[in-house]
Design a protein around this ligand. Structure first.
Ligand SMILES: Nc1nc2c(ncn2[C@@H]2O[C@H](COP(=O)(O)OP(=O)(O)OP(=O)(O)O)[C@@H](O)[C@H]2O)c(=O)[nH]1
Ligand SMILES: [Mg+2]
Length: 361
């Protein structure tokens, strides 16, 4: 599961990516600094994992991670191959969700592709390119379906009508993500860019924190209108703070009026966007670990995240919600209280489950 970082050139995508992943991607005040995508992981802070670590005191505490892909800047005409057009769009096609980074910071030293700073216009440009690329995909598919329908019209009628509805929607400038279920399912199958779940990031100057100023206010409006989440942060500040000792960074944030790290808010929002939940495993005194899985994942598949042998040889899962385990003080105490449940193959893992998988090799 990967989240793509998308935006116009010089929006601060790589700065944000570096702050999130500490991966050291190139950042520069000119457009198209990024050409090949950078891939990295960010860790999700989870107080439940911290508490488990404090209770069990293992050698290792391993947090859940989310993968981010820093993608080349997009410009008008990308769907026709302008800028790094087709390559860029292909990279978006491969991700599961999208973060749209909208430039809300003024900086005379960092050229902006448009004459005015206008995040609403920038988002419209981005959406237009994604919609036009999707239209090309839909048109191509429509042609294929129509020619296949000549031999067997019935078998293709439904797909054709859904494709026509999608085409009309994209023509009206609507994203495929906003379509009704059947259309949306087809759009996802076709890997349409505008079908991917997304959130908006307003990248502001530090001096505009914590509220973000008028440009961020505009982005909040846009997000509310489409029902997306919005994160207001300064990529530059987050980048610098990522190098500081945690205590000092927290004090600096407080002085800026920030309640939490912008990065952590973003990672948590990304986690929700991908519809991920967390389960925990405990390996004796050695390791306590948080695992991200899609909501609805069944116990054997969750076991498979830990080790493929555990999925193949799955017998049962012994499960307790993390809060109950913490309150009991130890696995043995929780078991004595009868709080450890036995679950089988059809159990859907719940957020916060601590799981001991029983399996045969
Ligand atoms: N003032 C200010 N400058 C920023 C901020 N975020 C990024 N920048 C600067 O903007 C310039 C471009 O940043 P990048 O992170 O390379 O932008 P990008 O979106 O990855 O750009 P491309 O890869 O060219 O598409 C750099 O000089 C950054 O230091 C910010 O929050 N405030
Ligand atoms: Mg970049």
């Amino acid at each position: 599961m990967e989240i793509g970082i998308v935006g116009l050139p010089n929006a601060g995508k790589s700065t944000l990516f570096n702050a999130l992943t500490r991966a050291g991607a190139a950042v520069a005040p000119y457009p198209f600094t990024t050409i090949d995508p950078n891939v990295g992981v960010a860790t999700l802070d989870d107080p439940r994992l911290t508490a488990l670590g404090e209770m069990i005191k293992p050698e290792q505490v391993v947090p859940a991670t989310v993968s981010f892909v820093d993608i080349a800047g997009l410009v008008r005409g990308a769907h026709r191959g302008e800028g790094l057009g087709n390559q860029f769009l292909g990279h978006i096609r491969n991700v599961d969700a999208v973060i749209m980074v909208l430039r809300c910071f003024e900086d005379a030293d960092v050229p902006h592709v448009a004459p005015e700073l206008d995040p609403a216009a920038d988002l419209a440009t981005l959406d237009m390119e994604l919609a036009l690329a999707d239209l090309m995909t839909v048109e191509r598919r429509l042609e294929q379906e129509r020619s296949a329908a000549k031999a067997n019209p019935k078998a293709h009628a439904e797909t054709i009508s859904l494709l026509e509805a999608l085409r009309a929607r994209l023509d009206r400038g609507e994203r495929a993500a906003t379509a009704p279920e059947a259309e949306r399912a087809l759009a996802a199958k076709l890997n349409l860019l505008s079908a991917k779940p997304r959130l908006l990031v307003a990248n502001v100057n530090e001096s505009d924190l914590p509220e973000g100023g008028p440009h961020a206010a505009k982005v909040r409006q846009l997000a509310a209108a489409e029902g997306s989440e919005v994160i207001v942060l300064s990529a530059q500040t987050e980048m610098e703070l990522a190098d500081w000792p945690p205590q000092e960074a927290a004090e600096y944030r407080q002085a800026l009026g920030l309640k939490a790290s912008g990065l952590q808010r973003l990672v948590a929002a990304g986690y929700r966007l991908l519809d991920l939940i967390t389960f925990f495993t405990v390996v004796g005194g050695r390791e306590v670990r948080a695992w991200p899985v899609r909501r609805g994942t069944l116990a054997p598949q969750a076991a498979g995240k830990v080790h493929s042998d555990m999925e193949q040889g799955f017998i049962r899962a012994e499960v307790i919600p993390v809060e109950q385990l913490l309150a009991a003080g130890s696995w043995a105490a929780a078991r004595e209280r009868g709080q450890v449940r036995i679950e089988g193959r059809v159990y859907a893992v719940q957020d916060g489950d601590v799981i001991l998988f029983r399996f045969q090799t």
